[in-house]
Design a protein around this ligand. Structure first.
Ligand code: BES
Ligand code: MN
Ligand code: MN
Length: 462
């Protein structure tokens, strides 16, 4: 029976070239200018699943972009793994900050990736990580080592909130029935520190609009006499945190789960260098909620951040003007037990309440999702842990991530199964940023580790 390492060795170039071809299609779900490319990517994913040995592959149309579904059912009595991933990507801008064009993938060596990394939008999030599963599937089917049933569900709207996938999951419970959900769309601590993600934060994303006078005004003739919407908006935003960087929205922390001292001590054992962290970001100090470490601040604590703010004159030179309106986009990262719709309502009520006289405030909710935590004593976690042990020679560390994949909590609610998050990216891979990349070593390590998950999961399920 052929071993995965020799299979990878034999097909290395093809595995890289196929991923590179997929990365060349700009599947930006947020921008309608790319709609044709998103659909083209769905077709390419469908073809790849057919070639990888799925018996039945289909494109499931939605009101938005399609979901690619594939399966191979070998025996109804064996367990079923459902693989989820996304083929859409974030917009690539600002383009001028890329060292090579985002949809012309190149492999370059970096300090962290001496074997090279593929630079392209979506390389790590999530085309590269999703494609590891397609190649692991190809290995298992062509070498007769698939130990259980597999279902693939690859969507095209993760980066815009998975609204249509939610409906699809609710309406297709029987089709999607599974024993465990497997996702590679997160990260690990470092190349020599394997970890399995055991938690994701929830999200509430809102847009706010502050309106003052009915037109832009001369800032000399009216300045000082009317409320300036930009001044008001920035004041309101500043008031959302107190001097300890605690969020001031009444009720915001009501359901936040407080970790025990033991759990916090366990978390603190994960290797982390504050100096290296600051150096990597070129900052002289970290910043955040009083009483919590950096790793706690970015995983087990909720946050509120402005993602964009605009209004008034930003063209060349100076224009003396009081803008009629000011805007901001705000995200709140939530922890398990905080309900995102409740938080959205609390934000809206509070923001409207603190509006100074002289301006009107409008809050428009965008999307959101619940957080997620998964226990480490499940069969799925144990199988993943054994798989990493084999390929890294070390037991992986459970780690809660600060990012969000809102659909994961919906999976648990609707399909009643646990999700295992086997991510192979690094924080330094620059997902959502210019020069996103994915280590070639990480790509192959993922392909090597995934079949072992299937093997151990099937064994432990008997
Ligand atoms: N793959 C990321 C989420 C992620 C990355 C989780 C790294 C943990 C570690 C996903 O594609 C993503 O970007 N999610 C969005 C939320 C979504 C609703 C747009 C996020 O976290 O901002
Ligand atoms: Mn992703
Ligand atoms: Mn993403």
């Amino acid at each position: 029976m052929q071993h995965i390492q020799s299979y990878i060795e034999e097909h290395k170039d093809r595995f890289l070239n196929e991923l590179i071809d997929l990365l060349k299609i700009p599947s930006v779900s947020a921008d309608s200018a790319y709609a044709d490319d998103v659909i083209k990517t769905a077709e390419a994913v469908k073809t790849s699943l057919e070639k990888a040995g799925c018996d039945h592959v289909e494109i499931c149309e939605t009101e938005g972009f399609p979901i690619v579904y594939g399966e191979k059912i070998i025996d109804k009595n064996l367990p079923t793994v459902l693989v989820y991933g996304h083929y859409d990507v974030q917009p690539a801008d600002p383009l001028e900050l890329w060292h090579s064009p985002p949809y012309e993938p190149v492999i370059k060596k970096t300090d962290i990736h001496p074997d090279g990394a593929i630079f392209a939008r979506g390389a790590c999030d999530d085309k590269g990580q999703m494609y590891m599963h397609v190649k692991a599937m190809e290995f298992m089917t062509t070498t007769n080592q698939l130990p259980c049933n597999v279902k693939f569900m690859i969507e095209g709207e993760e980066e815009v909130g998975s609204v249509n996938l939610s409906k699809f999951v609710k309406n297709n419970q029987e089709k999607l029935k599974n024993d465990v959900i497997l996702i590679s769309d997160t990260g690990m601590i470092a190349q020599d520190v394997p970890s399995i993600t055991t938690g994701l934060r929830g999200l509430s994303y809102v847009e706010v609009e502050v309106t003052g006078p009915n037109r832009d005004l001369h800032s000399g003739l009216y300045g000082g006499a009317v409320a300036n919407p930009i001044n008001m908006l920035t004041k309101m935003i500043a008031s959302l945190h107190d001097e300890n960087n605690h969020i001031t929205i009444p009720g915001f922390y009501d359901n936040v789960e407080e970790l025990s001292e033991e759990e916090r001590a366990e978390m603190a054992k994960a290797p982390f260098s504050l100096e290296a962290y600051k150096k990597a970001l070129d900052i002289d100090a970290v910043y955040g909620e009083k009483g919590y470490s950096t790793n706690e601040r970015n995983s087990i604590r909720p946050t509120l951040d402005v993602n964009g703010i605009w209004g008034g004159y930003i063209g060349e030179g100076a224009k003396t003007v009081i803008a009629s309106q000011a805007f901001a986009k705000i995200s709140m990262r939530l922890v398990p037990n905080q309900d995102w719709e409740n938080i959205t309502n609390l934000f809206k009520a509070h923001f409207e309440n603190i509006a100074p006289h002289g301006v009107k405030v409008k809050v428009t909710p965008h999307h959101g999702g619940q957080g997620y935590v998964t226990p480490i004593d499940s069969i799925g976690y144990q199988a993943a842990s054994k798989a990493y042990n084999d390929t890294f020679g070390k037991t992986p560390i459970p780690q809660r991530s600060g990012g969000s994949i809102p659909i994961v909590s919906l999976f648990e609610q609707e399909l009643k199964s646990k999700t295992i998050l086997m991510g192979f990216g690094l924080n330094s891979d620059a997902i959502h940023s210019p020069n996103e990349h994915f280590g070639v070593w990480n790509y192959f390590k993922g392909i090597e580790t995934i079949p072992l998950f299937y093997k151990y999961f099937t064994e432990l399920s008997q």
